[in-house]
Write a new protein. Structure first.
Length: 257
């Protein structure tokens, strides 16, 4: 009968420098790809990369210090999440939702998030209330400081966090994706400096959740999302090719430090 050993014990007893080196390289590669994915998705969500902006593989590869094959994998992941589009012969570009897609996204958000709020009101804890209030407070501070990117990030994080706390692990990532796409919609059809809703909306929603008001929380979420959609105005936009070095300057500074 063979002796059972834990993975750590087996590794210590049978070291293999070649395999170990490959594993470490794989971990580093995965981490690097994840950071690049986050950097690009954040730039899209924060509107530093505008809808329709062209994303040249060679320029991105140079900016991030990675092969074009590696960049292509990241872009394919972003395309699956519908943050960018990949067109044969034209390459990658930040997605630009149509008016119809915008309506469909907000319809989906109302159907899902309103139901989740009714459920969340019956189960949210005092500690969770404090955490989501903190996110809402960060959003308000960003809006008061005219920090549009930070406010967009906080708003998306607020909605995604509520969906996660509602306890449906299938819908929570979908809501996060819808929030990301909503940021694109705001970039295309919204107005500069305006998130499409009252800056106190999120605090009021937390009040309803804290009061265990399921119907009130669901109804308020519906009004909240409707107000954002109603604030949009459809305008034509011109595609652009951004300076990717400038867009990702912060990433390069962090990598160098």
């Amino acid at each position: 009968m063979k002796e059972s050993r834990s993975p750590s014990a087996a590794t210590l007893a049978d070291p293999d420098p070649v395999v170990s080196g490959q594993q470490k390289a794989g971990i580093r590669g995965t981490s690097h790809h994840e950071r690049i994915y986050r950097a690009i998705s954040d730039a899209v969500i924060e509107h530093r990369l505008k809808p329709g902006a062209r994303l040249r593989e060679d320029a991105l590869a140079e900016v991030f210090g990675i092969s074009r094959t590696g960049i292509r994998k990241v872009l394919q992941r972003l395309a699956l999440e519908q943050l960018i589009t990949l067109t044969p012969g034209k390459g990658a570009a930040v997605a630009r939702p149509t008016a119809e897609e915008a309506r469909e996204i907000f319809d989906a958000r109302r159907m899902i998030e309103c139901a989740l709020m009714a459920r969340l009101a019956t189960r949210i804890t005092a500690a969770e209330i404090e955490k989501v209030r903190a996110v809402a407070q960060r959003e308000q501070q960003a809006l008061r400081g005219h920090e549009q990117s930070a406010a967009i990030r906080a708003s998306a994080a607020f909605h995604a966090r509520l969906a996660e706390l509602a306890g449906n692990q299938t819908l929570a990532p979908f809501v996060a994706q819808l929030c990301s796409r909503s940021s694109l919609i705001l970039a295309v059809y919204g107005h500069s400096g305006d998130l499409g809703c009252d800056c106190n909306d999120h605090n009021h929603l937390v009040d309803l959740l804290e009061a265990r008001d399921s119907d009130g929380a669901a109804a308020f979420m519906h009004r909240h999302l409707h107000a954002i959609e109603s604030s949009l105005s459809i305008e034509d936009a011109v595609d652009e090719t951004p300076d990717l070095r400038d867009v990702f300057a912060v990433y390069q500074q962090e990598s160098a430090s």
